[in-house]
Design a protein around this ligand. Structure first.
Ligand SMILES: Cc1ncc(COP(=O)(O)O)c(C=O)c1O
Length: 384
C-alpha cells in the first residue's frame, strides 16, 4: 500500500536531463528586432527607422520628466490616476475605463494573457504589427495571418477566418508598416460580424497623424460595445518612446481584467509625469501634426517622382517598393542610405522584402533622404 505522502510519478530521466523546456510556441517566435540606431562610422545618423515623431517631445514633458528626478526613490502611483484623468479630460473619456501600460506593447501582451491561450486563435492582418503574432505565440495561442487587399486589412477576409477558437482580432489602424487604414464604417462592419466573445483590439498607435474624415480611432466602438478595446501610445506623435508609455480605453469589464493581471507599478513615475505634461501641451501636438501633414505628402511625391511605387500612407512613415533588380532593390537602397548615415527599416520580417519603411523626420532629414534616393535611382539609370 502506498502512503498518502508518497511522491507522484517521477518524470523520465530523458526529460530531467534535457534542461528547462519553454512552453509550446515560444521557440517558434522570431524575436522582434527594432530599427537600427547606429550606422558604422557615422557619429549622428539620421534615424528614420522606428516612426518616432520628428519634432521630439514637448518641452513641458521634458521639464516634467526632469522634475521627477528627486523622487525616484519612491514607487510610482500604481493606478496612474493623474495620467488617466488627463487623458479623460483631453479625449472626453471616463478615466475609470483607461488602463495605462509600459508602452502599448505591454497592453497587447496583457490582452493576450487575459483572453487567449493554448487552443485559441488570434487574428491579425498579414502585414500587421509583428507584436500580435509574437505575443500570441508567447501565450501558447495560434496566430492566424489574414490576407490583405492592396496592403490594407480586409474585413471580409477577417470574417471568413473566424472559428470557434478565435478569441482576439488585432487591427492596427492605421497599420504599421503599410500606413493604410480602415474607415470607421469598415471597422464597424468588422465588429458587427464578430461573436460577442471575441475581443476586437484596435491599435490606434498612429491615430493623431491621420487626416481623413472617414477615420475614427475606436472610441465610438468602445463606447457602445463590450468587446472592443482601443490601444494608444505616447511613443509616436508624443515622442516619448524611450519612457515606454501607452494606454487602453476599454469596456469596464475588460479594464477590470487588465487591472487584475498587470504589474502593480507597471508605469514609471517619470513616464507618468511626462505623459500628463505631454497630453496637456496641445500646441506641441498641433505642431507635430502640422509637420507631418506637410512632409508626408512632400516625401511621398518626391519618391513617386523617382518611379518608386508607394502605398498611400496616413501615418508618419512611407513604404516605397523597390524594383527586384539586385542593383536597385530594397537591400541595395538600404545599404546606400546607410552608407550616407540614413537609417531606414528593412521589411523582410513583415514579408515585404521589396519595401523599405521610412519615417517622416525633420524637414532637413526629408530633403537629405529624398536627395540620396534620387542619387541612388540615377546611379542605376546611368549604369543601366
Ligand atoms: C501599430 C503599433 N502598435 C504598437 C506599437 C508599440 O508602441 P509602444 O512603444 O507604445 O509599445 C507600435 C510601435 O511601433 C506600433 O507600430
Amino acid at each position: 500500500m502506498t502512503s498518502p505522502t508518497a511522491p507522484g510519478p517521477v518524470p523520465g530521466p530523458d526529460i530531467r536531463a534535457a534542461g528547462p523546456v519553454p512552453r509550446p510556441g515560444i521557440l517558434d517566435i522570431a524575436p522582434y528586432i527594432g530599427g537600427d540606431a547606429t550606422a558604422p562610422g557615422i557619429e549622428r545618423p539620421i534615424r528614420l527607422a522606428s516612426n518616432e515623431s520628428a519634432l521630439g517631445p514637448s518641452p513641458k514633458a521634458i521639464a516634467a520628466y526632469r522634475a521627477l528626478s528627486g523622487e525616484i526613490d519612491r514607487y510610482p502611483d500604481g493606478s496612474s490616476a493623474k495620467l488617466r484623468e488627463a487623458l479623460g479630460r483631453h479625449h472626453g473619456l471616463d478615466p475609470e475605463r483607461i488602463v495605462c501600460g509600459s508602452g502599448s506593447d505591454e497592453l497587447i501582451g496583457l490582452l493576450l494573457r487575459a483572453y487567449a491561450g493554448p487552443g485559441s486563435e488570434v487574428l491579425y492582418s498579414r502585414h500587421g504589427f509583428l507584436m500580435y503574432p509574437i505575443g500570441a505565440l508567447a501565450v501558447g495561442a495560434t496566430p492566424v495571418a489574414v490576407p490583405e487587399r492592396d496592403l490594407t486589412a480586409d474585413v471580409d477576409g477577417f470574417l471568413a477566418r473566424l472559428t470557434e477558437r478565435t478569441r482576439i482580432v488585432f487591427i492596427a489602424n492605421p497599420n504599421n508598416p503599410t500606413g493604410t487604414y480602415l474607415s470607421a464604417r469598415d471597422m464597424a462592419r468588422l465588429h458587427a460580424g464578430l461573436p460577442r466573445n471575441v475581443v476586437l483590439a484596435i491599435d490606434a498607435a498612429y491615430a493623431e497623424f491621420v487626416n481623413r474624415n472617414d477615420y475614427e480611432p475606436g472610441v465610438a466602438l468602445v463606447n457602445r460595445a463590450e468587446n472592443v478595446v482601443m490601444l494608444r501610445t505616447f511613443s509616436k506623435i508624443y515622442a516619448l518612446a524611450g519612457l515606454r508609455l501607452g494606454w487602453a480605453y476599454c469596456p469596464p469589464a475588460i479594464a477590470d481584467v487588465l487591472n487584475r493581471i498587470r504589474g502593480p507599478f507597471n508605469v514609471t513615475a517619470p513616464a507618468l509625469a511626462a505623459g500628463v505634461a505631454a497630453v496637456e501641451d496641445v500646441a506641441a501636438l498641433a505642431r507635430a501634426r502640422a509637420h507631418n501633414q506637410h512632409w508626408l505628402p512632400w516625401l511621398s511625391e518626391r519618391l513617386a517622382a523617382l518611379g518608386l511605387n508607394l502605398t498611400p500612407s496616413v501615418g508618419n512613415f512611407v513604404l516605397p517598393c523597390f524594383p527586384e533588380d539586385p542593383r536597385r532593390n530594397a537591400d541595395a537602397a538600404y545599404a546606400f542610405l546607410q552608407s550616407r548615415g540614413i537609417l531606414t527599416r528593412k521589411m523582410g520580417a513583415y514579408s515585404l522584402p521589396q519595401h523599405l519603411r521610412i519615417t517622416i523626420g525633420t524637414g532637413e532629414e526629408m530633403e537629405t533622404v529624398a536627395a540620396a534616393l534620387a542619387e541612388f535611382m540615377a546611379e542605376f539609370k546611368a549604369g543601366a
